[in-house]
Design a protein around this ligand. Structure first.
Ligand SMILES: Cc1cc2nc3c(=O)[nH]c(=O)nc-3n(C[C@H](O)[C@H](O)[C@H](O)COP(=O)(O)OP(=O)(O)OC[C@H]3O[C@@H](n4cnc5c(N)ncnc54)[C@H](O)[C@@H]3O)c2cc1C
Length: 417
């Protein structure tokens, strides 16, 4: 089978799909990216040689499958001590730092836990004892401002509430419960220092930053003979119209334009924008480091300190447009558990929707879309890592679908409707 493979979208999913397609034996590989560079949402703007990251983002430690695959293509990574923490309020409303734990700590002694009654975020929250459920509901209203019954439970991951530390409980009892009860293990967490667990101790970042990583990927793909087409915005109808028997398509871009041509209505999405502000910084604590804010107060839900272009920078990810007079003080307060911070000039600000596919309607809609595409096109249409959670599993699914497409008998695409 020597057909063409067209990959739509030059983000991480499209890049990895192109490498995998080459490994599987395709030689006529096109990678279409609507903008003039690879990287998608993970590609930061660069100001005076420093990357303006829109949030806390990093790769797994050495040995992580994605990291190792990128290394095999010439990328280099720097491993660092993964330091993080969270700020919560105790029962008396006093601020409490929890080190080496990225989730909320709630003053609650009860370890009661139930299996969530459904798949919504509201169901997930209702599985906890009431002091925890009330704290989480307030935090989610502050953070997302959406109807929690309409949001999928997996949104707990980007909201950083997938595991809650019941700070009033005895640690040995909590550890024992986690070991014996599947849902307790899923919904409760123990700070690293208390549990003695060593997961997430290190993580990695691309040496030279994300810009260097994507430049390495571009060079490596070109060396492999991949035809990268920048400023190439592809529509589903165009893909179908130009599709010849034996071709394969990978849709590694936003799936929204696919619904209508497939005769489906576009699902309702979580329409919430987040605001980010990057400041120059001086810090006497660890770097990189991030602190999550679970107090449901202020504007900033996470402060992330990192180095880029010889500068120390801090990005504040905010639930709304921030009050710029108050924001530096808020960031200082968040990071004060780790060190003392001085902020300098504001170098970058931005606003964008994120996690829009986290509604229950969207997750169900994507499943239907996948089914319809498979029904109509078989293995010659490969769906990207669309769902906004479980990314490494989704990338593995893309690989499996590519392997299937490679071995499948040639079939043309015909778009109806
Ligand atoms: C600030 C920030 C926010 C993040 N938000 C999320 C998130 O919301 N969800 C999530 O899962 N992970 C998120 N991550 C984590 C991770 O970076 C992404 O999951 C991962 O990079 C997504 O890669 P992707 O290739 O699937 O999608 P993207 O990075 O979105 O890549 C898609 C690419 O397709 C291009 N494209 C779109 N339509 C077309 C078209 N019709 N024709 C041609 N090209 C097209 C886009 O320009 C883009 O380059 C985020 C990371 C950061 C730093």
């Amino acid at each position: 089978m020597n057909g063409r493979i067209r990959i739509v979208g030059g983000g991480l999913t499209g890049i990895m799909a192109a490498f995998e397609a080459h490994r599987l034996g395709w030689r006529n590989i096109e990678l279409h990216e609507r903008f003039d560079a690879l990287g998608g949402v993970a590609r930061p703007k660069v100001v005076n040689g420093a990357e303006m990251r829109d949030g806390c983002v990093y790769f797994g430690p050495e040995g992580d499958a994605l990291v190792e695959r990128l290394k095999a293509q010439g990328a280099t990574f720097e491993t660092f001590d993964n330091r993080f923490g969270s700020l919560s309020l105790d029962g008396a409303g006093k601020r409490v730092f929890t080190w080496d734990f990225g989730g909320p700590a709630v003053d609650c002694a009860s370890l009661r836990i139930a299996r969530p009654a459904g798949d919504s975020l509201a169901d997930r929250i209702a599985a906890y004892p009431s002091p925890i459920a009330e704290t989480l509901a307030e935090y989610c209203r502050w953070h997302l401002g959406a109807d929690l019954a309409a949001v999928h439970g997996e949104a707990a991951i980007p909201l950083a509430i997938n595991r809650v530390y019941p700070a009033g409980a005895e640690t040995p009892a909590l550890v024992a419960l986690k070991a014996s009860n599947e849902w307790a293990d899923e919904l409760y967490g123990v700070p690293r220092g208390l549990s003695g667990r060593t997961a997430n101790v290190t993580a990695s970042l691309p040496a030279g930053g994300f810009t260097a990583l994507f430049e390495t990927c571009r060079r490596s793909l070109e060396t492999l003979g991949v035809d990268i087409r920048f400023e190439s915005l592809i529509s589903p109808r165009q893909v179908m119209a130009e599709h010849a028997a034996g071709d394969t398509v990978v849709w590694a871009a936003n799936p929204t334009p696919l619904f209508k041509p497939m005769g489906l209505s576009t699902p309702s999405l979580v329409k919430k924008s987040f605001f980010t502000y990057v400041f120059e910084a001086q810090f006497d604590g660890p770097c990189p480091v991030y602190v999550q804010n679970f107090t449901a107060k202020g504007d900033c839900f996470r402060a992330y300190l990192y180095e880029s272009g010889g500068k120390t920078l801090v990005v504040a990810e905010c639930v709304r447009e921030a009050d710029l007079r108050a924001l530096p003080g808020e960031i200082r307060g968040l990071l004060s558990g780790f060190g003392s911070l001085k902020t300098g000039a504001l170098l970058h600000s931005g606003a964008q929707p994120r996690w829009i596919y986290h509604s229950r309607d969207a997750i169900a809609g994507l499943a239907t879309l996948r089914e319809k595409l498979t029904e109509r096109f078989g293995p010659s249409f490969v769906c990207g890592a669309w769902e906004p959670y479980g990314k490494s599993a989704k990338l593995a699914e893309v690989d499996a679908a590519l392997a299937m497409a490679r071995n499948a008998p040639a079939a043309g695409l015909a778009l109806v409707g």
